[in-house]
Design a protein around this ligand. Structure first.
Ligand code: KG4
Ligand code: ZN
Length: 339
């Protein structure tokens, strides 16, 4: 029997990307992202500017997603939106837009947790293998660093989180000290490929259990670079690739040690990565190497689904649609929405 087609419009506006996607069931028909370059000049996301840019972008981005998918708004079955976590002003734009359009079209509204969506990306119908439950989910992004046990599409248990900065933030802030643009993560990654990861030694913080801390590491890098620059003004220029490689080596080591610990404690060898930092080449290759050595099964998202996008919101929207798990029109955006 032919499967019924449901069309989901997904909207993501939690940080500095305005994104919309159309899914037909678990297939992505379009996935549009408007990246806000305005923040580059400030070396980080400026919340007020992000909200304004979302307001300008949201209608054209949704329009483009519908056009590219060849779907009219009257064919939509539901609208899924990011309720949180994220920047409140940014979330409010996507939330209000999704609510208004749902009311106008008289279709269900579905709220989605951004961090869960980063992991659920793996259930999009593409050529990549789909993880089996239970798995250890690792979300590494600009705003979060978390380890969760996922037993089912809707059963998530947080077992580790950062006590201060997120790993993506550590990449970006260290990159900023080195004079790289924003976001610095991908640039650090690119430079690191030409450098020696053991040229400089930075501290791996000692944090008990499965939690993380990156602020001590960041201070370590800032102080080190500052001292060396005082002796030699061209220190960064001369050592840029080695600095990037050493910073990246330490950050990947921090995350890798905790994943190992989680595998050991919970005896689960399925590891699923999600979030912007899962694009990092060193993290990807280290996990793939361990997969063959230790009998792990590692699931890395395709590159287009590593950083923020609406297709990941859409897949959760589709799974919730099947369960008729709809959101109240009264639900408000939640900057600190929990797992
Ligand atoms: O998931 P995401 O797009 O946004 C949040 O939800 O925060 O993640 C963005 C983060 C930024 O900090 C960016 O520098 C980092 O992901 N990132 C990377 C790489 N690509 C993106 N970090 C290291 N290596 C990369 N290749
Ligand atoms: Zn994200």
């Amino acid at each position: 029997m032919k499967q019924k087609s449901y069309y989901i419009l997904a909207i993501e506006s939690s940080c500095d990307d305005t994104a919309a996607a159309i899914l037909r069931n678990d297939d992505v028909l379009s996935n549009i992202i408007a990246t806000q370059d305005i923040h580059n000049a400030y070396g980080g996301v400026v919340p007020e500017l992000a909200s304004r840019a979302h307001q300008q972008n949201i209608i054209p981005v949704v329009d483009q997603a519908l056009k590219k998918a060849g779907v009219s708004k009257n064919e939509l079955s539901a609208i899924a939106y990011t309720r949180g976590p994220g920047l409140l002003g940014s979330l409010l734009v996507g939330t209000s837009f999704a609510k208004s359009l749902c009311m106008g079209l008289n279709i269900p509204l579905i709220e989605v947790n951004h961090m869960k969506a980063h992991l659920m990306t793996h259930f999009i119908n593409d050529e990549y293998p789909t993880p089996k439950f239970p798995f250890i989910g690792v979300t590494v992004s600009g705003g979060h660093t978390q380890i969760v046990i996922v037993k089912d599409y809707f059963d998530f248990k947080l077992i580790g989180t950062t006590l201060d900065d997120a790993i993506g933030e550590a990449f970006d802030k260290c990159g900023k000290i080195l004079g790289l643009g924003y976001p610095a993560g991908p640039i650090v990654d690119k430079n690191a490929q030409k450098g020696n990861p053991h040229a400089f030694k930075f501290t791996v913080p000692k944090v008990s259990g499965l939690d993380f801390s990156f602020s001590g590491f960041k201070t370590n890098v800032i102080n080190f670079v500052h001292k060396r620059k005082q002796k030699d003004g061209t220190f960064i220029q001369k050592n840029l690739n080695d600095l990037c490689a050493s910073i990246q080596f330490t950050l990947v080591e921090i995350i890798f040690r905790k994943i190992n610990k989680a595998v050991e404690i919970h005896e689960i060898k399925n590891i699923v990565l999600g979030g912007g930092v899962s694009a990092n080449s060193s993290l990807r290759s280290k996990l793939k190497k361990t997969e063959s050595e230790n009998g792990w099964k590692v699931f890395l998202p395709p590159f287009q689904f590593t950083t923020d996008n609406a297709a990941m919101i859409g897949i959760v929207g589709y799974l919730k649609y099947l369960k008729k798990d709809f959101s109240s029109i009264k639900a408000s955006a939640s900057a600190r929405l929990k797992f």
